[in-house]
Write a protein that binds this ligand. Structure first.
Ligand code: NAP
Length: 321
């Protein structure tokens, strides 16, 4: 079997058209949909994400406000900045970009975000609604997984509800931003949902769960964690992982750093090439799965669109009061 590629870029392009039409309608009705990012201090990853959100907002025609505070800003002042974003009619959604400095608690910031502008579902109220099966703003990355899967099922001529009810789903990873909310989205669709994590692996039990999954979603941040031996024949695989790896020029093994010799053959990696891979051994698993998302060009390609969708949802609710 050679798996069908679930093309995140093509699905993102479809979503972009759908959302652009919705955005035009909202603007015509007087809304000003936009996103604000909140950063405290300088963090490389958060800074990269901030720039990406700004660029994306520009491309989509969404408003953008950058709230970047210095690392020595006190917690009260950070919370005051959030309140000003809550009040800004040009900000429909607020994205807190972590990590924050140690003296600023995540929960103080997140709990002060208006639940109506919490477009990536960080606030406990919105996580609670998700748990109850009444999601307000289902978080972007888990929603991207569901969107890719449902569009794939429809393209195969399947009824989405039927296909998911009672299906064996395994989610690898239980982080608050990906694995846990994704498991809830599957449970809300009546899938038989198993969540595996590092403790599952530590007990040697990962394969037991992944190898019975009709739908396997991997969000662990471990390159090649999933090989063909632990995948069910014909499974649908969604690979959330994004890992920058160094490819050994001698044996092709994937390494984490150029600083050490290759973990497999000991070759020097100083001049080796880097590339981005997921958590799944894409080439070999493609021979066993029925469908698979590539990395890059899979889940990551659709994530921003889900953020835009939630932002438009927030803007509409704010317009309608
Ligand atoms: P995270 O907070 O580091 O969580 C990783 C999860 O994987 C944890 O629950 C961890 O378990 C589990 N895990 C780690 N090693 C494992 C192993 N050997 N076996 C089984 N489970 C293991 O990461 P995250 O924020 O959820 O992100 C996960 C991956 O998705 C990363 O590669 C990240 O870059 C990527 N990502 C992609 C997108 C996108 O748009 N495509 C968005 C966000 C994240 P414990 O908690 O028990 O240690």
């Amino acid at each position: 079997m050679s798996a069908k590629i679930i093309d995140g870029k093509a699905i993102a392009a479809e979503l972009r058209e759908e959302l652009s039409r919705e955005l035009e309608g909202l603007k015509a009705a007087g809304a000003r949909p936009g996103i604000a990012t909140l950063m405290v201090g300088e963090d490389f990853g958060a800074g990269m994400y901030r720039s990406a959100v700004e660029k994306f907002c520009g491309e989509m025609g969404l408003g953008y406000r950058n709230e970047s505070l210095s690392a020595d800003t006190g917690e009260e002042a950070v919370v005051a900045a959030v309140r000003s974003l809550n009040e800004d009619p040009g900000v429909s959604g607020i994205l807190p970009l972590r990590p924050f400095p140690a003296h600023v608690s995540d929960s103080a910031v997140i709990n002060s975000i208006s639940v109506d502008k919490d477009v990536d579902c960080f606030h406990p109220f919105n996580m609670g609604r998700l748990t109850l099966g009444e999601p307000t703003f289902p978080p972007a990355t888990p929603s991207a997984c569901i969107e890719l899967l449902e569009r794939h099922l429809r393209a195969e001529g399947k009824d989405v509800t039927d296909a998911l009810e009672g299906a064996e789903v395994c989610v690898v990873g239980h982080s608050n931003i990906v694995g846990k909310p994704l498991a809830l989205l599957f449970l809300n669709r009546n899938a038989t949902t198993t969540v595996a994590h590092v403790y599952t692996s530590n007990r040697g039990n990962l394969a037991k769960h992944t190898s019975v999954a009709d739908i396997l979603v991997v969000a662990a941040g471990v390159p090649q964690l999933i090989g063909p031996d632990v995948v069910k024949e014909g499974a649908v695989i969604l690979d959330v992982g994004i890992n920058r790896v160094v490819v050994c020029p001698e044996c092709g093994a994937l390494n984490r750093s150029k600083k050490n010799p290759c973990r497999k053959c000991g070759a020097d990696l100083a001049e080796a090439e880097t590339k981005t891979v997921g958590d799944v051994d894409y080439e070999r698993v493609s021979g066993k799965a029925s469908a698979i998302t590539p990395v890059p060009g899979g889940v990551g390609a659709v994530t921003n669109m889900m953020l835009a969708r939630n932002t438009l949802r927030a803007a509409r609710a704010q317009l309608e009061g």
